[in-house]
Design a protein around this ligand. Sequence first.
Ligand code: FAD
Ligand code: NAI
Length: 476
Amino acid sequence: MARSFDVVVIGAGPAGYVAAIRAAQLGLNTACIEKWRTPEGEYALGGTCLNVGCIPSKALLESSENYERALHRLGVHGVSVTGVSFDLKAMLARKNQIVRKMTGGIAGLFRKNRIAWLQGHARLASGGTTWKLEVEGEKGSETIEAKHVVIATGSRARHLDGIEVDNRIVCDNEGALDFDSVPRRLGVIGAGVIGLELGSVWRRLGAEVRLLEALPEFLGAADESIAQEAWKVFTRPGALEIELGVKVGAISRDKRGVTVAYQTADGKAAKLACDRLIVSIGRVPNTEGLGAENVGLRIDAKGFIEVDKNCRTSLPRVFAVGDVVRGPMLAHKGEDEGVMVAEIIAGQHGHVNYDAIPWVMYTMPEIAWVGKTEQQLKAEGVAYRSGRFPFAYNGRALGRDESEGFIKMLADAQTDRILGVHAIGSLASELISEAVVAIEFGASSEDIARICHAHPSMSEVMREAALAVDKRSLNG
Ligand code: FAD
Ligand code: NAI
């Protein structure tokens, strides 16, 4: 007889594994099907995020930042270091060890919560009072039954037509996290989040990095003031070289590397020759081979599974969460959707506040925001007040020699309710949490201005930005 579960989750990335854990916590008999294999051929949990995304990229960002700091930024503290060098093999091994620790941790959480981990590729086979799924694993295939299904199959890198990604010379995120040597000239197509984060890693380690971006504006999703500041810092002499408004043409490979032919913003023909190329032009949802056609699961024109605000699909008792559905492709957005659907399945009232999802880019300085940008408020005709405060006036930032950037707060002109907070600066990824809490609780800028913030701390800049909304910063 087929094994039967209350909930079967397809995919164990952050959206899927969190959905499975929450479902199990709520007493539901839960299985999670995952097909991911490590380069050594072992099945692994954690999806893109843990294996080839958030976690390994942040490990390399930290290592490369430490190297650059030792090389250039300790002198100001009176600390002299000579003979600074790095061991790329050790750096990559450290990253891989963190990945193993995290993915192994999820396997432990599955055991603790008695979640059955089914290893292999899942396909929806048929529906009825229960859903039937086929799991194609190493040891053959098995059909299982589920009362509820949560699809969390994630996304994969979008590739360019006409150039094969071999993840050695032409790479997506997978190869770009694993170069066996630092390229002398690194080309990047797409100056989005991956291009800037991974471009920064390899630049810090010595590569000359050039990014080609199709859009005429830089970081179009960010607040304009943040994008302007980021452009100034990221494109300083010796930093990243970014060309906007280009049209990428033929890409050819030869013994020396890769040549990208492109048209510049003013229509001139140009070439980018590099030793390695990263293609980071966005990601596409994974729905191939899922059996959507067997059960009539609706998929939209861009390949995302259609869902409502509670992540219900077109089929009864079938939900979809994470990168495979609309919304930002962010791990924490997927996790929150995973919790929401598990709670709904268990008869509770799960929900996600899509207006309070933070965005973070782990560059240096970091960029983080939550809520609306100034250009969005203008477009929507919302009357707002804006307050801005620089890290340069903050004692802790100066002490850390990390005083670039600012925090900007946008609040409703009538009610003072915080509508958006935008930060560029060291530790912006951590500082933004206060703004997320504020937006979630419907706080006003005055609320933040009246809250005691530890001194000296970078968080005082958040308070000063709130005070600046009312034109009464104390220290600037
Ligand atoms: P995924 O993590 O993609 O997991 C989906 C899983 O489903 C995979 O393991 C896949 O093997 C499995 N699967 C697919 N189809 C099937 C099937 N038919 N049967 C069985 N299993 C299947 N986000 C952040 O929030 N912060 C960051 O710092 C960040 N950094 C990133 C850095 C990089 C380089 C990349 C590429 C992404 C980064 N992201 C980051 C995005 C983040 O990784 C994704 O938003 C997140 O992983 C999505 O989670 P998910 O569970 O929806 O999908
Ligand atoms: P992205 O959407 O951030 O950036 C892709 C860029 O490529 C865009 O600026 C786009 O205009 C450009 N582009 C598209 N086609 C192009 C072409 N043909 N030629 C030149 N430029 C082109 O996507 P990216 O960087 O691939 O990352 C994918 C997703 O992964 C992100 O959107 C994000 O959701 C997630 N991610 C999140 C991170 C974080 O939260 N810190 C870090 C890395 C990735």
